[in-house]
Write a protein that binds this ligand. Structure first.
Ligand code: G4P
Length: 576
């Protein structure tokens, strides 16, 4: 059976517990008049009955179903609709939380205040009473799927859209819930669950979190209002969960979550990625199923992002123990296994955040983190196209691993950088003038684009490390690239290769203009690299004393080198 568009299925009751619409109608336990309009809607919330003969026999409460059950919701004003959404999501999440406590006691409702809190507590009591309706519903619900499909239309449609299912076992206990894949029916993870006991934030914490949210909210102004509410909700719920699960350390984790949101906001990521970033701070603090369960309270995509995020972290750890030669294979494998680019972004942002805080950690952790970053995450950032992140991660890691040498290089770099820029601009102008005056080139080429760069510190140091060179032996501190646009339809005589002829002519002009450095000529046009990369490379000695690397290629070759199989991102990312 095909299931599309993932969403979350909430199963808030213990096994053998059944709720009928009548129960909700008659019980009045929700005190509808005292609740917001949510409970004053013209229709009663429809909960479906199931029995143990089906998947464990659960009451299914689905946020989407709840919404469907209120057809009027869509017609109300936007503000009211958002309010509704917010309540549904919040209420459902709280219901699921109740499974982790002993059916009684109170449940905190930080956002909606006492009224909903009371309702929740009443609901909780209702759970145990309702279980006496078991026999009747067992009969009704013997064939769970059939009854759902035939009798319960709104649930049918929403069930078909599920991708994952959280099943709580017959004896409600924090330690034996299971998460099934709705697609395959497989158990996603059978490990024990850690209880997420409800916790009420104290006054200071509430004040703190609202203060922080005020700061974060404007950064997320690109999100639709509805999504913004969901992120805020996730943040508030997570504040509680994090406190329950990790205790006193929670404030530092919340700071991390807020920092990550701030960093991710600059990429305009969607709500799922933001929610995953909040929950990601629990990685390593709680068992995976617990984390998965929390993700599923929001959306299956949140779980997927976090699963891949964790996978990337684990693979990176593994690499530390591997011989150097295997690293490219691992990176390539990692790259091929990740399906969600948001997971990559989240992992990179997390790594950058860690590196920014790293000086608080013991030295050996600093060093292994830095090494891992250089081996895996810097190349990945390059392959993913996050140049700014790549640079900062590389810079911070190198400072940790090679403090003295890197500092020396920095001084040298600062001293020569401006000079290098001047030489570069000068050389670019000179070369362009010569190319435009050459009759052979003017006949065949329509346009020359000469770009240039001075090599940054990270790139210089990495090259020194990889090729075991001193900074003086790095000959491409200044580099220029000539990209030639050929005139359409114009060819060289005798059927020779026009592209090769034009590139070679440019090379001849370069080498006549400046003295060539010996042994630096490489012709990847005649002999392309295995990845298809084509270009002529040479290095010349500029009169200023700086060596200058020159790359010569046509527009077609350039496209391949930037976006094709020889893409610079993958080349720099060391991914095959
Ligand atoms: N897109 C792409 N470019 C390639 C490929 N192979 C080489 N290059 C470009 O050529 C430059 C130098 O290549 P080589 O001449 O073969 O190597 P060398 O300078 O280290 O001796 C690279 O610079 P670099 O110092 O390695 O990096 P950077 O200066 O570009 O940052 C890169 O810009 C490839 O497969 N794909």
């Amino acid at each position: 059976m095909e299931f599309s568009s993932p969403s979350v299925l909430f199963l808030p009751g213990p096994c053998n517990t059944c709720f009928s619409p009548q129960f909700f109608k008659s019980s009045r336990r929700f005190k509808p008049r005292r609740e917001p309009w949510f409970f004053r809607s013209s229709r009663v919330v429809r909960f479906s009955e199931t029995s143990r003969s089906a998947i464990g026999g659960k009451v299914v409460v689905n946020a989407e179903s709840l919404k469907d059950a209120f057809p009027k919701a869509g017609r109300r004003s936007r503000a009211v609709e958002y309010h509704f959404e917010k309540l549904v999501a919040y209420f459902s999440a709280q219901l699921v939380q109740q499974i982790y406590k002993a059916q009684e006691g109170h449940c905190s409702f930080d956002m909606t205040g006492n009224t909903l809190e009371k309702a929740s507590s009443n609901f909780s009591k209702g759970l145990s009473r309702a279980s006496c309706g078991e026999k009747q519903t067992q009969k009704e619900g013997k064939t769970f799927f059939q009854s759902v499909y035939n009798e319960d239309n709104f649930l049918t449609s929403t069930l078909c859209n599920q991708e994952a299912l959280v099943v709580f076992p017959s004896t409600p206990s924090p330690s034996n819930s299971t998460i099934y894949s709705f697609r395959t029916g497989e158990v996603l993870d059978g490990e024990d669950l850690t209880p997420a006991l409800p916790y009420t934030l104290n006054k200071d914490e509430k004040r703190d979190s609202s203060k922080q949210w005020k700061y974060i909210e404007p950064l997320l102004s690109y999100l639709p209002l509805e999504d913004l509410y969901k992120v805020e909700l996730a943040l508030r719920l997570s504040a509680e969960w994090i406190h329950n699960l990790v205790g006193n350390n929670s404030s530092s984790l919340m700071t991390k979550a807020l920092d990550m949101i701030e960093m991710l906001a600059s990429f305009n990521v969607d709500k799922y990625c933001l929610i995953a970033s909040i929950l990601s701070v629990l990685e390593g603090k709680v068992k995976y199923p617990t984390l998965a369960r929390l993700c599923l309270l929001f959306d299956y995509s949140v779980l997927n992002i976090l699963r891949e995020y964790i996978f990337m972290g684990n693979m990176a750890h593994l690499m530390l123990d591997m011989p150097e030669g295997n690293s490219t294979w691992v990176k390539t494998h990692l790259w091929a296994s990740i399906t969600d680019s948001r997971a990559v972004l989240l992992r990179l942002v997390e790594r950058l955040w860690s590196l920014r805080q790293i000086y608080k950690w013991p030295l050996y952790i600093q060093q292994s983190t830095a090494l891992e970053t250089l081996q895996v995450f810097v190349p990945l950032a390059s392959a993913a196209g996050f140049g700014r992140h790549m640079y900062e991660m590389g810079d911070r890691s190198l400072r940790i691993l090679f403090p003295q040498s890197y500092l020396k290089l920095e001084k040298w770099h600062l001293r020569i950088r401006d000079n290098g820029q001047r030489v570069l601009s000068c050389a670019q102008r000179e070369l362009l003038t010569c190319l435009m005056r050459d009759p052979f080139l003017v006949r065949l080429a329509e346009q020359f684009t000469i770009t240039g760069r001075t090599k940054n510190m990270v790139s210089t140091f990495m090259k020194m490390l990889k090729q075991n060179k001193t900074k003086e032996q790095i000959l491409d501190f200044i580099a220029m690239r000539v990209v030639i646009r050929l005139r359409p339809g114009v060819r060289v005589e005798h059927g020779d290769d026009t592209e090769l002829a034009v590139c070679t002519r440019v090379y001849e002009i370069v080498s006549s203009l400046w003295k060539e450095v010996e042994g630096r000529y490489k012709d990847y046009v005649i002999a392309p690299k295995p990845n298809g990369y084509r270009s002529i490379h040479t290095t010349v000695q500029h009169p200023s004393g700086f060596p200058v690397e020159v790359q010569i290629r046509t527009e077609e070759m350039h496209l391949l080198a930037e976006h094709g199989t020889a893409s610079h991102r993958f080349y720099k990312g060391e991914i095959e």
